[in-house]
Design a protein around this ligand. Structure first.
Ligand code: NDP
Length: 286
């Protein structure tokens, strides 16, 4: 039986680990320290708890490793990857943004487009919705999908994986930027000027995608603005929560990735350039 590990027992990692555990797979949750993580759901009394082992202490070598720390936390886990993997270990990087895979020297490493919505406070994860990972379609990912078919973690193999990556990047770029910079929740979408800024960020993202050979049909800006309109006013975004919690934001992998591509193609993206520079400026320390 395959041996699974989840590095980073946070919102995304705990839900992945729970799905595997509940279907009888052997799974270890690896955190900074030994302890436990609890998962709760709105409207459900029951809270489930899983033991967490300290990544520095774990001796197991894993067949499949789900890496679910934030992009900004990758450096902290790199020193342990060698001891946790064998030559055929498959690493699934579960993060927002793109470009992080370049840091990995593991032959079988893939980045998932993540649709698992949750939030971690202390050692409690609140799981809001979804358990979906979208991966590129190949023999390795097909095998993973088969192996965990009995779990409720849904692996979607996409023949058009780059489209999925860019769609999520564009969904993230507008709402994450405006909520993080304003230090305010989705409530700000009630302001028409914020809506206009989001639409322009989305359109700039679509232009960058086209320069990279990814073409979105129809009016994707309307589609994404409709998604935003469905957000409850009190809902934050991952970059908003990082900003208000004083944690480093994943700017480099979302706005920074798009900014680099924009510059590479010589595009005019004034809104992206502005939010990117302000996000960088907001984290500068003297
Ligand atoms: P969390 O902060 O909830 O989880 C990250 C976990 O990694 C924390 O438990 C953290 O521990 C742990 N960690 C950090 N450094 C290490 C280390 N060196 N060794 C072991 N564990 C470590 O983040 P999320 O789950 O929210 O996000 C993970 C990724 O998924 C991000 O890229 C995010 O953008 C993306 N994503 C998140 C979604 C969501 O709804 N939350 C939705 C879609 C994508 P500690 O608490 O001690 O810092």
């Amino acid at each position: 039986m395959a041996i699974f590990g989840v590095i980073g027992p946070g919102a995304v990692g705990s839900v992945i680990g729970e799905s595997l555990h509940n279907s009888g797979y052997q799974v270890t949750f690896l955190g900074r320290r030994a302890g436990k993580v609890c998962i709760e759901r709105a409207g459900m009394q029951e809270t489930v708890a899983f033991p967490v082992e300290a990544i520095s202490e774990v001796k197991t070598v894993f067949d499949y490793l789900f890496i679910t720390v934030k992009g900004t936390q990758l450096e902290g886990i790199m020193p342990y990857l060698d001891k946790l993997t064998h030559e055929n270990t498959v690493c699934i990087l579960c993060q927002n943004g793109y470009g992080q895979l370049e840091k990995f020297h593991i032959p079988n490493a893939y980045q998932a487009v993540v649709y698992i919505s949750g939030q971690k406070k202390e050692n409690v994860v609140t799981h809001f919705r979804d358990r979906i990972l979208i991966l590129p379609e190949n023999t390795v990912t097909k095998k993973l999908k088969e192996i965990i078919a009995a779990s409720n973690l849904e692996i979607r193999l996409s023949p058009d994986y780059r489209f999925e990556v860019w769609y999520k990047l564009i969904v993230n770029v507008a709402i994450n930027s405006v909520t993080a910079l304003s230090r305010n929740t989705a409530l700000i979408l009630q302001e028409k000027t914020v809506q206009n800024l989001c639409e322009r960020l989305i359109q700039e993202g679509v232009g960058i995608a086209a320069a990279e050979g990814i073409y979105f049909q129809g009016n994707i800006a309307d589609e994404i603005m409709n998604i935003y309109a469905g957000y409850p006013p009190h809902m934050g975004t991952s970059m908003y929560y990082d900003r208000v919690d004083g944690k480093t934001m994943e700017t480099a992998y979302i706005q920074g990735y798009l900014y680099e591509k924009s510059k590479k193609h010589g595009l005019d993206t004034p809104c992206l350039d502005t939010v990117y520079s302000l996000l960088l400026a907001s984290e500068m320390k003297g």
